[in-house]
Design a protein around this ligand. Structure first.
Ligand code: F3S
Length: 670
């Protein structure tokens, strides 16, 4: 047998919402509920709810004492709300939002002076409810004859329709009303769910041998559906359930189509499919399936058969399917069902509710995961296992660490292995912790981060000292900066890189070279095992500018230099980056000058001859004069000049030791 079920068959959005809410109410044993009129046109659902304690009343006087009144999808007149409020009657409004919208349109336009026209069945409770929002003053048009018979209306008119009204007849009625009512405002309030169901059923009926329409005899939308199907598929049947049909023989070896009215529970559809299919199953299979009863609180395993944006459907191997609402799949609100599961996956769920009437079992993966996590937490607490969680906030006296879906409180004194003046520093960080206290009944957990961090640090220190030796290289993280250097974490132990070790050139502060958090390559220069102090090297010897200069410069070379600093006794000039030489004042020109600025300026580039190099003391003497022709000078003047050069009157401490070397004249070092 080839069976096709219309996708739109069964509960529409409004009915599903109302029936679901009513069943949830039936689980609340602290309160009493009743429905004002049957919740839907289906005796099975109505009787099932009655068994679960929800009676049907037909007026407020029948209301059991203290019962909350459930208003069904059709909605009620405005006056009824007022009546319930005046009498202090609590109610749960399950009017379909699409019907509610019509109430609002009618109420607004009526107050603005419009004549309301409702296209619909005047005996239908939805139409009666709508009429109640314009003080029952609406003109109700049920068919074409009434539309044709309507006399012209001068007043401005507001036209709405019953949500389940036939779209074709509606269009014809509107055609007449537009002529009769010149000043009209029309709202097409026919619900698209009805239209879509009718269109799909018509299409399906055209492609099958037999069509089965499931739904109540008093459900107008089911009857309309049957008429539509019958018009294109002569062998069409309409019944409240497959059992009500009596025989299954019309479907044997046929291509069968199934559709159902808006108030037909899924279980009725599923039952029809099962009965048609089970004709071919053996007794043992049927018995096995019937034995698989599922109850609230069970943990079940099934196979994912459908994944949608709002729910996942799971085949549990029983007559009902398992439904996992999107909100019950994961704790992470950013994930959709499609991100977590796919069709064919095996999945486990905790049974939250079994609803035989609707033919569905509501499952929660989230709840099951939560139970599993709790078990893991209890085990970790007993075994002292280290867990990892994210610090999500600071609370009075400590921080909250989230471990999966559970909150773990960590007192401030146990939140770190060092004192923190502001615990907010930890927020957002993933931290290791151990559980030190757990209250299973209240589900309260207390953790300790400090003990884990301290143990980890000790372990790292032990490993470090076992292998540390001078010259060993490390990749470290800069922990802090001071005026004299930087402290670097080289694996659980901090070492100091002195400021002089940070750069080959002169720097004012370590921050000129590194920042906190930088990863840098260092090596051990010195270790003091007793004090546990480690001195680290950072500069690369291969980049030593004086070593580079050694390979490039020789005494007697003529080099292009840049004047970088001037003092009374001479000018310093850069030969190579960070390698400067001194041009003594007597070597700047081939004549006597008062000061270096008479001939030179900062930044000026000049040719100079290397007259002497002292590699050990890093001193290079330069001369411009050596490249100039010597002027003829009177002997007495030369002697006086030489005497002056030999006896400088004052030097700064910085340069006093270099001048003599630079010019080959003996000087006094201070
Ligand atoms: Fe509402 Fe449309 Fe159903 S109006 S009750 S969703 S048919």
């Amino acid at each position: 047998m080839d069976i096709t079920v219309a996708k739109t068959a069964g509960f529409c959005f409004g009915v599903a919402r109302a029936v679901d809410s009513a069943y949830q109410c039936s689980e609340n044993k602290d309160k009493k509920y009743c429905t004002l009129g049957p919740i839907i046109h289906n005796t099975q659902v109505v009787n099932d709810l009655k068994e679960k304690g929800i009676d049907v009343i037909h007026s407020l006087v029948e209301r059991p004492e203290d019962a909350i009144v459930i208003i069904r999808t059709h909605g009620v007149p405005e006056a009824l709300y007022r009546e319930m409020e005046e009498q202090g009657i609590e109610y749960l409004d399950l009017t379909c939002p699409f019907v509610k919208k019509i109430h609002n349109l009618v109420s607004k336009h009526y107050k603005e002076g419009y004549q309301i026209i409702i296209i619909g069945d005047k005996n239908h409770p939805e139409v009666a409810g709508i009429n109640g929002w314009c003080e029952n003053s609406a003109i109700i048009i049920e068919d074409l004859d009434q539309a044709e018979a309507l006399l012209p209306i001068e007043k401005k008119v507001c036209i709405v329709a019953q949500t389940t009204f036939n779209q074709n007849i509606y269009k014809k009625i509107i055609f007449f009303l537009k002529k009769t009512c010149q000043n009209h405002t029309i709202f097409d309030t026919i619900c698209s769910a009805t239209e879509e169901r009718q269109a799909e059923s018509r299409e399906l009926a055209q492609t099958v041998d037999v069509m089965l329409v499931l739904g109540g005899q008093n459900s107008s939308n089911t009857q309309k559906l049957y008429q539509i199907c019958k018009s294109v598929c002569p062998e069409a049947y309409c019944a409240e359930s497959i059992d009500a049909l009596g025989s299954l023989s019309p479907f044997q070896n046929k291509k069968v189509g199934i559709t159902a009215g808006a108030s037909t529970p899924a279980v009725i559809i599923k039952e029809a499919i099962n009965k048609m299919e089970n004709q071919e199953k053996d007794f043992a299979t049927l018995l096995e399936e019937s034995l698989k009863a599922i109850h609230t609180g069970d943990v079940v395993t099934g196979t994912v058969i459908e994944v949608g944006p709002t729910e996942v459907i799971v085949d549990l191997g029983v007559k009902q399917d398992g439904i996992i609402p999107a909100s019950e799949i994961s704790d992470d609100p950013n994930l959709t069902p499609e991100d977590i599961v796919k069709v064919g996956d095996e999945i486990q769920g905790f049974v939250v509710r079994v609803n035989d009437v609707e033919g569905k079992i509501t499952l929660s993966k989230k709840k099951l995961d939560s139970y599993k996590t709790w078990d893991a937490i209890v085990k970790a607490s007993e075994e002292g296992t280290i867990l990892e969680g994210k610090v999500d906030g600071v609370v009075n006296g400590g921080v909250i660490v989230t471990y999966k879906s559970f909150r773990v409180f960590v007192p401030a004194s146990l939140a770190n292995d060092r004192y923190l003046s502001d615990l907010n520093e930890l927020v957002g960080k993933v931290v290791p912790f151990k559980i030190i206290d757990i209250n299973e009944r209240r589900r309260r957990i207390v953790g300790n981060i400090k003990t884990v961090l301290t143990a980890q640090k000790q372990e790292l220190e032990g490993a470090f000292w076992a292998e540390a030796e001078v010259g060993k290289k490390y990749t470290g993280i800069v922990k802090s900066l001071t005026s004299f250097g930087v402290f670097v974490d080289i694996g659980g132990v901090d070492g100091l890189v002195h400021i002089s070790e940070l750069s080959w050139s002169r720097i004012k502060h370590p921050s000129d070279v590194v920042s906190v958090g930088d990863s840098i390559e260092v090596y051990i220069k010195d270790i003091n095992e007793e004090t546990k102090k480690i001195s680290l090297g950072y500069k690369n010897p291969a980049e030593n500018p004086w070593e580079i200069a050694k390979a490039k410069l020789n005494a007697g070379d003529v080099v292009k230099v840049k004047i970088v600093r001037m003092l009374p006794f001479g000018a310093f000039a850069e030969i190579l980056p960070t390698v400067d030489g001194l041009i003594h004042i007597s070597q700047i020109a081939n004549k006597r000058i008062e000061k270096p600025q008479d001939e030179l300026s900062i930044g000026q580039e000049v040719d100079a001859k290397i007259v002497d190099i002292d590699w050990e003391n890093k001193k290079i003497a330069l001369s411009i004069r050596a490249l100039l022709p010597e002027p003829e000078v009177a002997p007495v003047e030369e002697a006086a000049e030489a005497a002056e050069d030999a006896e400088p009157t004052s030097y700064t401490e910085e340069v006093s030791s270099t001048i003599g070397d630079a010019v080959g004249v003996e000087t006094t070092e201070e």
